[in-house]
Structure formats: structure tokens, C-alpha cells
Ligand binder design. Structure first.
Ligand code: SF4
Length: 524
């Protein structure tokens, strides 16, 4: 299996899986079935191609999604059906099979985005499966890149540089613009001292009659007991059409891109959007083509240079790296690491997701950071990558919540959550359940990190510096209890040597572990 390094996976051969076949690229004479995350024009071979859209109730009955995620997906699908008009058949049915059985002409579909859905389309002899779309690098690009590296580790940074070279993004000839590939060290600043966002508020879409219908249908289905949701209903915050997605992209490029980088890891209680692009839901619905997004961002940068008022390169490069680096890398790893990757459990984490977490009940916890982040998630279905990793993920890691259950939780609770997004990010990156395939050490940290990167601690009843006593920070005490519980499994990891040495020096370790057992941090 794969090796243990930061953002890295060691390449090796696997038995061929039909879901990973080299599918053809196009089938222009067919009717194109577009899943609800394949809604942009780039999922058709030609503008006039006939389409098929299926709204399957079973998808919503299978999982307990955030209410606003269900709304966004249904709204986007119905808006696309309205846009295509007579060119698309639109079926609102119980299952995909019901709709497919009604179609009487050759059908094709771009390879869907989960193992389960690929197995399903491959089981249908009436559907031709094409290569996946919606990512900058194709599977062939990734396979060629990985194979060319032999036994070398598959570092995200190397993949990203290769993609920039292949697509000539932010390049001056063979060199990266500005002479450096990665300006991330300039993008780890704490929040602005004045507690204000470094960017103006984002543009928000306006709901229409399709949203009204979606809302009424979801209310009706829920009242009938057919489906259930978590989180609040609320105004739709994320684009449901390509026009809205382009509007949000332009708004980001015009007003927020320059401020994006420096504080991208910071958290502010009253400024949850900061300068983030809020584009991931539109990208993951397929409303935007990611290569087009990075090309537009680069053009904006080059225009700003020509105008003598350059956008900060660390912001532009940081955004480009998120879209064509990390997003694509996560996608390709989902397939490369295989079906069983989501079942990894290196740290033997076996707890169930607590009811309050499953229900997004922010009132059930008194840690200011966790309560606030959970409240944002309940209200919006979205928080940015650092609350996900360092507040929610860190909490689950310290308390030994089952990584596969956390993967499902992230998938269901976030408007941009999909199986392919969450497996590598949660099992690998956040919960260290892969033993170090994606990250060289667990993303566990005490309250000091949250204190440095947010304004949460000053309004909290706990003290981030304390690990013992009534006001001991649950993250700080939880960190040491986590290390104590997992020390045998982490002992062979050279990057954990110093933290484990620190653990051995704690005179009050026994008391901290006992305190956390009492608080419920340490699994029984
Ligand atoms: Fe979170 Fe601890 Fe800070 Fe409270 S003191 S906000 S629990 S990190």
C-alpha cells in the first residue's frame, strides 16, 4: 500500500477496476445524462446536445443532509432543467433506474464522482460511460504523472507544479511567475488586529420561484417522513446556475482575490466569510470549469500588473493552488487509493459521532470555538477549511470518533461535501486514519493554535494555556490525552518524536488523562 509522507502517496500497481477504465472522451450523437454535480455546459459535447436530468428522491432518503445542501442541489438541478427546456428530458422519480428505463435512445454519461455511482452506471448496458470531466487534470494526466515518478512519493506540491507546467498557468516560460512555486508561508497570518474582514462582503444570489418550489417540496417530503435534514433552512447563499456562479467568480476576482491569501487560515467569530471565494459549491456542482476559473484569476493578475497595480501574488497563487492543486489532487487520490481507503482506521478510533454533533447543536457545547463553528455550520452549511480541520476535525481526532463516520458527517453537513471530496480530506488529512499517507503527522493541536489564529479564546470560559482544572481548554487537555492514548501507534513516526518527548515530561499527565476520562475526551 502507499507510503507515509506529507501530501504524498507512493505509487504502485493495482488490479484493474472497471470503474477506473480508460473511458472515451465524447459521444456527441447520444443523449447526455448529467448527474446533479455535472450541470455546466462542459458536460455536454455540443451546446445543442440532448440532455437527461434525473431528480432521484432515493438520494435524499439515503442520507440526512444539511437542509441547505438538499435545497442547493435540487435548485441547481431544476434550474438546469429549465435552462435546457425541450433539449432535456427531466424526470422526477424515486430512483435513477425508473427514469433510465423510460429513455428509448442511446445514452451517455460522464463518469460520475463516487465508486457507488460508477458501479451503477457500469451496471447499465444502455448507458455509455465517458471520461470524467470537471477537473483540471485528466485521469490520464494523473496516471502518467504518477507512473513517471516510479517509487517516488506522490507529493501534492509536485503534482501541482506539473499541472501548472502542463496548462501554462502562472508561468513565465519554464519558471513560475515571481520565481517561486508556492508562497504559502506568506498566507498563514493570524486575523487582522481590528477583528474586521480584510475584504468586502461577498455578493449573494437572489432566490426565485424555483427556490420557492424546492422549499415547499422539501417541507412536504420532510413532513411526510420521507426524508430528514439537519441544519437550518435559510436564504440560498450559493450559486444554483452557471450565471450565478460566474457572478460570484467575478465578484471574487473584482473585490476579494487580492485579500484572499494572508488571512486564509484565520478565523473571526463575526466575519466568517473573510476573503474566501465561496466557489467550492459551484465548482463541485459542475457549474464552473476549474481550468477556466484559474485562467480568469491569472488574467486578472496579469491585467493588474499591466495596470501598474499588481494584485498580491501570494493571494493569486494561493487561490490557484487550491483550485488546480489540492482540489484535483484530492479527486485523483480518491480513485488512486482504492475503494477500501475510507475504511482505514490506523488510530483505532471507534466512537460514534455524538448526537449533538450529528444534529449540529451548537448549544450543547461550551467551548467558544467549537460552539461558534458548529453554529455557523448549522446556519449556513459551510465554514472554511481551517474550522473544518483545526476545530471540527481536531475535536474528532482527539476524541477518537470513527473516521468513516466523520467522513459521512462532513459529506452530509457541508453544502460542498461529496464522497470524493471527503474521503481523502477526512480519513487521510484530518483523522490520520491512513497512518500517514496524506500527512506526515496527525493534525492534532492544542488551544494555542486556535488562540493564535482566531479571536475565539478571549470570549471563552476556558483558558487555552491550561490543561488541568475547571478552566482547562478542551483542545489543550484533549491534545495531551490524545497523545497518551495513541503513543504506541505514533511512536514510529519521527515527526512525533518531540511531541511524545513532551508528553513524557508532563508531571501532571496522569491527572490530565484522568480529567479527560471524566470529561469524556478519552474513550473508555
Ligand atoms: Fe477553543 Fe480552548 Fe480557545 Fe476555548 S480556550 S475557544 S475551547 S481553543
Amino acid at each position: 500500500m502507499a507510503a507515509i509522507v506529507d501530501g504524498a502517496v507512493e505509487g504502485e500497481g493495482r488490479r484493474p477496476d472497471p470503474a477506473l477504465a480508460d473511458f472515451p472522451d465524447t459521444a456527441p450523437g447520444s443523449r447526455r445524462w448529467c448527474f446533479a454535480d455535472q450541470l455546466g455546459p462542459h458536460f455536454l459535447d455540443a451546446a445543442q446536445q440532448r440532455g437527461l436530468l434525473i431528480e432521484s428522491r432515493a438520494v435524499f432518503a439515503r442520507r440526512r443532509f444539511h437542509r441547505q445542501k438538499a435545497h442547493l442541489v435540487l435548485s441547481a438541478l431544476r434550474h438546469r432543467a429549465a435552462e435546457l427546456g425541450d433539449r432535456a428530458e427531466f424526470h422526477q422519480v424515486g430512483t435513477y433506474a425508473e427514469a433510465l428505463d423510460r429513455v428509448r435512445e442511446p445514452l451517455s454519461v460522464c463518469a460520475p464522482t463516487s465508486w457507488r455511482s460508477r458501479d451503477f452506471v457500469l451496471s447499465r448496458p444502455d448507458v455509455q460511460v465517458l471520461a470524467a470531466r470537471g477537473f483540471v487534470s485528466s485521469r490520464a494526466d494523473f496516471v502518467a504523472w504518477a507512473a513517471g515518478r516510479g517509487q517516488q512519493r506522490l507529493l501534492m506540491e509536485d503534482f501541482y507544479r506539473d499541472a501548472r507546467r502542463r496548462h501554462d498557468v502562472l508561468m513565465d516560460g519554464a519558471r513560475p511567475v515571481g520565481g517561486r512555486w508556492n508562497l504559502d508561508e506568506e498566507n498563514r497570518q493570524p486575523p487582522p488586529a481590528d477583528g474586521r474582514s480584510p475584504a468586502p462582503a461577498p455578493w449573494w444570489p437572489e432566490e426565485d420561484e424555483i427556490d420557492e418550489e424546492v422549499r415547499a417540496d422539501l417541507d412536504r417530503w420532510e413532513a411526510a417522513g420521507d426524508v430528514s435534514f439537519v441544519g437550518d433552512d435559510g436564504p440560498r447563499l450559493f450559486p444554483a446556475t452557471r450565471a450565478e456562479a460566474l457572478h460570484r467568480l467575478r465578484d471574487f476576482l473584482d473585490t476579494r482575490l487580492g485579500a484572499f491569501g494572508p488571512h486564509e487560515d484565520a478565523m473571526l467569530r463575526d466575519e466568517r466569510w473573510l476573503a474566501h471565494s465561496l466557489l467550492s459549491p459551484a465548482l463541485n456542482l459542475g457549474l464552473l470549469d476549474p481550468l477556466d476559473v484559474v485562467v480568469r484569476a491569472e488574467q486578472r493578475y496579469r491585467d493588474s500588473v499591466a495596470d501598474g497595480d499588481p494584485l498580491p501574488l501570494n493571494s493569486v497563487e494561493g487561490f490557484v493552488r487550491q483550485v488546480m492543486g489540492w482540489r484535483d489532487y484530492t479527486w485523483h487520490l480518491y480513485w488512486h487509493l482504492g475503494r477500501d481507503f475510507r475504511d482505514r482506521n490506523f488510530l483505532a478510533a471507534r466512537r460514534a459521532v455524538p448526537h449533538w454533533l450529528a444534529g449540529l447543536d451548537d448549544t450543547a457545547v461550551d467551548a467558544a470555538c467549537l460552539s461558534d463553528v458548529l453554529g455557523d455550520l448549522r446556519r449556513d452549511g459551510w465554514v472554511h477549511h481551517i474550522p473544518r480541520l483545526m476545530v471540527l476535525g481536531n475535536y474528532a481526532l482527539q476524541r477518537g470518533i470513527h473516521p468513516s463516520a466523520m467522513t459521512d458527517w462532513f459529506h452530509e453537513s457541508f453544502v460542498d461535501g461529496y464522497e470524493w471530496v471527503m474521503v481523502a480530506n477526512v480519513v487521510g488529512m484530518s483523522q490520520h486514519a491512513d497512518g500517514g499517507v496524506l500527512a506526515t503527522k496527525p493534525y492534532a493541536s492544542g488551544g494555542a493554535y486556535i488562540d493564535r489564529m482566531s479571536d475565539y479564546c478571549r470570549g471563552c470560559r476556558y483558558d487555552p494555556r491550561k490543561r488541568l482544572g475547571d478552566d482547562a481548554c478542551p483542545y489543550t487537555a484533549g491534545y495531551w490525552a490524545f497523545l497518551d492514548r495513541t503513543r504506541d501507534r505514533l511512536a514510529g513516526n519521527h515527526r512525533m518524536r518531540r511531541p511524545l518527548q513532551g508528553l513524557d515530561r508532563l508531571a501532571d499527565l496522569e491527572a490530565v488523562v484522568e480529567q479527560e476520562r471524566h470529561r469524556g475526551t478519552t474513550p473508555p
